[in-house]
Ligand binder design. Structure first.
Ligand code: DGT
Ligand code: CA
Ligand code: CA
Ligand code: ZN
Length: 607
């Protein structure tokens, strides 16, 4: 049978080609094309193989016709002749070493060329040679590099035992496919996500799904015939079946009758710590909880008499709301179930009224295809496409924030000219859409995402700022400064009056790297005093600011802005995942600046 390729495997393959091109000093744009395609495939919410089957490869952002034709060959024949060609004259061990944190293509190439590493034992051999001081003897390497490589190997080993968790949008769309499939089964009354997915955690270990049914056998039979099921782990129970999908991910399916469906939703949504606290709370009131319902432990205790199953001696609940209500609690939104005080708040009827996707009025971090001549990546959609899509979403404003033009490849006045040109274009589109529609047209703002250099200096000449409505600052390099220097760096950048937003503030990349260190108390105070906003960036690998810091920030009164960082219009839909992060941080509408209408938002920009 022909091997099927998972998105992860395809992404790795493309990264190998990018690495090979780096070693061969190929054209920078060619390298970026492979890196972007790899990142895009890693983030894709559908299997690339399925898109290929449906002839929809062109829907994948970042995958141009060239790479698409190679993927076509890969799926047809299991290999790509051109890729083999590119890798042919490079040592195979090089591609193995790339998996070690901190080892880039050129280092991997040099190590693989200089050292004799046995196939299948490359990393063990490299480690042994490092321990014997053999790496430092290679031309251009030193004691420090050797030490870094050995540390990288230790980190690699730790990472290897830790299974990668799924990014939230990946798990979410996988679960929706499964739910759509289940709903076609006549025995299924309804289905819902459970566990970390229902709580909208930023990464998901396995997918848990609930099904309401009176005929569990039929549902299990239907589910195990789902085309993407590779292996059924355990069956034979009435209430649970676990499977592994083609992509290696696990799904736990739990079945329950209508009378107790609400109790089961509660029990398996978790989190574990929320459930433990809820169980303790119930015990104090002489009740015990299970996925079937609530048992009264004492004759004396008062209770509301409904849905009592005298055979099981248990109160049953069709709806989760009535389960919480029976305990004397308001219904707790799943995003809050992390044992952060939500049970007490529910008893006292003071749970927050969480922000919802429909509250969002604009998106301020978007990369259009305007030729901004940056050294980072450019967007793929035109300003007109973006505006049309945002109108469809009901937004009142949208901010275009491409990366700043490259400062190493332009003179100051060239940069100023580019920014001025973009402003002229935006002014013109704003003007013509005002004439076109009688309704309030969507307002386009001229923004920019500006690099914070290691010193805190902004990567944009002062003369360009007057053409901007606002700007975002972010860190894209030199992640390893000390906490104190990093904090100063950020404060210095935020001090400019046109800077309103600190973009993807921790710099973390889920499954790839931790964020840099910052003194958050100092950052929060500064933002509060100077009306600067922290971003929740919706890019699936970022979801940054993380939920725990959102909670701390809004407790202080710091305002948050939720932005998608879209590079293609189809990424605008990621807004809901940023909203989920805000909800997990207990944020209400008032805490989020881009829920304001256009006029009030413009007032805030000017403050
Ligand atoms: P994950 O899968 O690591 O992203 O996190 P969760 O929260 O989905 O955890 P998981 O899949 O182990 O379990 C789903 C939920 O079921 C969990 O949040 C708590 C709840 N639960 C209640 N009782 C039990 C139990 O006896 N075993 C397990 N594994 N989960 C339980
Ligand atoms: Ca789970
Ligand atoms: Ca599970
Ligand atoms: Zn950025």
């Amino acid at each position: 049978m022909k091997k099927t390729f998972t998105n992860q495997e395809i992404a790795e393959l493309l990264r190998e080609i990018a690495a090979a091109y780096i070693v061969k000093n190929e054209d920078r744009f060619k390298i970026m094309a492979y890196e972007n395609a790899a990142a895009s495939i890693e983030h894709a919410t559908s299997d690339v193989k399925d898109l290929w089957d449906d002839r929809k490869l062109d829907q994948l952002a970042g995958v141009g016709p060239n790479i698409a034709s190679y993927l076509d060959e890969l799926f047809k024949t299991g290999k790509v002749t051109h890729f083999d060609e590119v890798k042919k004259d490079l040592p195979k061990a090089m591609f193995v070493l790339l998996a070690i944190p901190g080892i880039g293509p050129k280092t991997a190439y040099q190590l693989a060329g200089e050292l004799k590493l046995r196939q299948g034992k490359e990393i063990v051999d490299l480690e042994n040679m490092g321990k014997k001081g053999k790496i430092r003897e290679i031309e251009g390497f030193g004691e420090k590099t050797e030490k870094d490589i050995l540390e990288g190997i230790v980190r690699f080993r730790k990472g290897q035992t830790k299974e990668k968790r799924m990014l939230l949008p990946v798990a979410d769309s996988l679960a929706h496919e499964v739910l759509d499939y289940l709903e076609q089964c006549p025995a299924v009354i309804r289905g819902d996500a459970l566990g970390s997915l229902r709580r909208m955690v930023s990464t998901i270990g396995d997918i848990d799904i609930a099904v309401e049914t009176t005929d569990p056998k039929k549902v299990i039979d239907w589910f195990t015939r789902y085309p993407k099921v590779r292996k059924v782990l355990d069956q034979g129970q009435q209430s649970l079946v676990r499977v592994i999908l083609d992509n290696g991910k696990q799904i736990d399916l739990r079945l329950q009758t209508p009378e107790s469906y609400g109790a089961m939703l509660q029990y398996f949504t978790g989190s574990k710590s929320h459930n433990i606290s809820l169980r303790e709370f119930a015990l104090k009131n002489e009740m015990s909880l299970s996925e079937h319902g609530i048992k009264i432990l004492s004759q004396k205790s008062k209770f509301k008499g409904q849905n009592y199953n005298s055979k099981l001696k248990i109160y049953q609940f069709e709806k989760e709301e009535s389960f919480y209500d029976f305990l004397g609690l308001d219904w707790i939104p799943p995003e809050l179930r992390e044992d952060q005080g939500e049970i007490t708040a529910a008893v006292q009827h003071r749970l927050p009224k969480l922000i919802e996707p429909k509250d969002i009025k604009g998106d301020l971090h978007l990369h259009s295809d305007f030729p901004i001549e940056t050294s980072h990546d450019e967007g793929g959609s035109s300003i007109e496409e973006i505006v049309r899509k945002c109108e469809g979403l009901g937004y009142e404003y949208v901010g275009l924030s491409e990366h700043n033009p490259s400062i190493s490849q332009h003179r100051e006045n060239e940069i100023i000219t580019i920014i001025k040109k973009k402003k002229a274009l935006i002014d013109q589109i704003n003007y013509s859409s005002e004439k076109r529609t009688n309704n309030l047209p969507i307002k386009i703002l001229n923004g920019l995402e500006i690099d914070i250099q290691p010193s805190g200096k902004l990567a944009l000449p002062e003369g360009a700022f007057k053409y901007l409505d606002y700007a975002i600052v972010s860190i894209h390099s030199s992640f390893n400064l000390s906490r104190a220097r990093m904090t100063d760096r950020v404060l210095k950048a935020l001090s400019h009056s046109k800077i309103k937003i600190f973009g993807h503030p921790t710099g973390r990349m889920l499954n790839r790297r931790e964020g840099y260190e910052l003194d958050w108390e100092v950052i929060f105070d500064f933002c509060l005093k100077n009306n600067k906003w922290l971003e929740i960036n919706c890019w699936p690998e970022r979801l940054d600011l993380p939920d725990n810091l959102v909670l701390q920030a809004i407790k202080k009164g710091v305002k948050i802005i939720i932005n998608t960082d879209s590079h293609q219009v189809d990424q605008l839909k990621m807004m809901k995942y940023g909203v989920a992060v805000a909800r997990r941080g207990w944020a209400e509408k008032n805490d989020i600046i881009n829920t304001l209408n256009l006029n009030r938002f413009m007032d805030e920009l000017d403050k």
